[in-house]
Design a protein around this ligand. Sequence first.
Ligand code: ATP
Ligand code: MG
Length: 181
Amino acid sequence: MLELSIHVLDIVQNSVAAGATRIEIHVTEDLKRDLMTIEIIDNGKAMDSEMLDKVTDPFTTTKQDKEVGLGLALISQAAKEAGGGLEVKSVPGQGTTVTASFMLSSIDRMPLGDMKSTILSLVFGSPEIDFAYVHKKGIETCTFDTRDVRKMTGGQLFSDARTIRLVREILESQLEKIRAK
Ligand SMILES: Nc1ncnc2c1ncn2[C@@H]1O[C@H](COP(=O)(O)OP(=O)(O)OP(=O)(O)O)[C@@H](O)[C@H]1O
Ligand SMILES: [Mg+2]
């Protein structure tokens, strides 16, 4: 994969498959510590400790008709190549947090990629789930939460032109805050 946002899509699919009703994506670019972290937090059914121990193994999957489970193995590899690593915490009945870290300046760190399209496709691909996106870069913070959008649309997130435009505009104005000047 060429962009971290593709990994984000993949890891969020695990949360969707685990029945999460809320998924938060936190990206932090800490320029002083030369560190980028991507955290995906869900309230899905989670995993027991036996599963957790082998979850980054490419041969670990609970998907039917599949023998390999690559999502976590691939992001773990991408993080290690960029001087970082992967941590997965999971508490049955509470949820799962996946944290990938990368050395910001590593030449082997993939670019983050198109987070606007990533969030749009997640939000309208699973309109029943609440998504939050918090991206911190230095002292600036971009925040987006479908709970706020629901307040404006009366609860539903129909993929009609008006709602898609609204979400896109909120994301664009928030992402502008962290755009390199
Ligand atoms: N957020 C999560 N909540 C609960 N279980 C999870 C979560 N993430 C991963 N798992 C478990 O870990 C397994 C491995 O995940 P991984 O993403 O590496 O592969 P996969 O989803 O099975 O297959 P692929 O990602 O290649 O389509 C999953 O099948 C699932 O059982
Ligand atoms: Mg997966």
